[in-house]
Design a protein around this ligand. Sequence first.
Ligand code: NOJ
Length: 501
Amino acid sequence: MWLFAFFATIGILANTINVTQAKFDYNCNLTAKGSPKFPDSFSFGVSTAAYQIEGAWNEDGKGESIWDDFTHKFPEKMDDRSNGDIAADSYHRFDQDLAALKELKVTHYRFSIAWPRIYPTGDISSKNQKGIDYYNMVINKLIANGIEPLVTIFHYDLPLEIQKIGGFANPLIINMFVTYAIELFENFGDRVKIWNTFNEPFDYCKPGYADANYPPQVNAHGVADYLCMDHSLKAHAAAYRTYKTKYYEKQRGKVGITVSSRFFFSHTNDQEAISRGMQFNLGFLIHPIFSKTGGYPPAMVETINRNSLKEGRVSSRLPKLDGRWRELIKGSSDYLGLNYYTSRYIKRASKPNGENPSWERDYDSDAYPDETWVRGKPDWLYCVPEGLEGILKYIRDHYGNPEVIITENGWSDDGDPEDDDRIHFIKAHMQAVLNAVNDGCNVTGYTVWSLLDNFEWQKGYTHKFGLYALNITSPSRERTPRKSAKYYRRVIETRTLPSIS
Ligand code: NOJ
């Protein structure tokens, strides 16, 4: 009887594994088109962010960020009541990260600098040399090991003191950000040649200033989120122009911004619905920067103006981008950083969505997944590699084929060391990139999110995105390569996408 139960369980397990595998092979796969090899100049990397890995939240003079404040005051808002106080402890254990980077053989490493480590209050008057020393150490060790640093200047962790004066709702943020960026150009620009001003503004502006899920928990739908986007865009452009006029001649680096976006499909070939989806998502920030005309996307300008007047306002909730700012923003990026995770089908909304007013109400679209798509641990993450190929071609065709670096792409699960699903996801998405490159898209790099498991914002440490498992309960925070780490290394070594064994 016991023996029977044992074999039956093994049988069921094997079946489940087979089913998942088959599903992946079938539904998270992309046919190769063109050369099987990535160009020699193509760069392969992994990505992390300061608050998600560094820990040492109050050490060596670091100031408090809005995420320190939020996780300490509202632990119940994280699924596991956790925070980034220690995280992967990369502040003390960068050598462990470096060992993993070397083992992977990546050609670049994307990490972010914690603004409150450099300026604890956010202001130049609080400059903290120990913070500068830490990043000098990181950058020097990367370069000594032939790994190019790709540095994100801001990845969600705003100094709390800046929030007290309104954060991204206050136009003062523009000058404060430029002052901080100058500090980084001055200290690190001799070695850092790829700067990334902002990571995913939509993803801190909307949850932070509209939905109130993220700090600063402002609930001003369709107003403060738009203001936050506008100020982020202006701060980006101002930092870009400063670099070009004051630093480029000596430092010869590139400055870009990272946006996140999904691609959209239509079951009824409704091109207008697709175009609306692209304008309200990808286009929100990249239309002002990469389009010929500049300014916010026409569908957003028109709808938000119309809705605002209907609501009895005297002007649009979407700030106007004209005159000097429009010109300063247009063309203000040497490359586009793209974080791509998933896609959706889209149609015009059957009934009003969201609150009045809100981005959802203005968007006036229903976006939904295809039921055959394979889903990861997060409820939003479906494997749709054809969406990545689609969005890259869309960027090529609508925005003048700028240089694109995929700054994030990744899969999250419960932490299986034999993470075949992640391997399938990465292989399929890299195939999408390769197909796009073979079709003339100017994509020059690909970056896996993430090097190692880390603090996944409100999901805490329950969602694992790492090529390396992080032992979060051990004081020495060991990093252990998953099967996907070994696969990614083979990709990098061969510049091809080997079949999965
Ligand atoms: C994008 C964000 O930049 C990063 O911080 C986050 O962990 C990943 N997406 C996964 O959700």
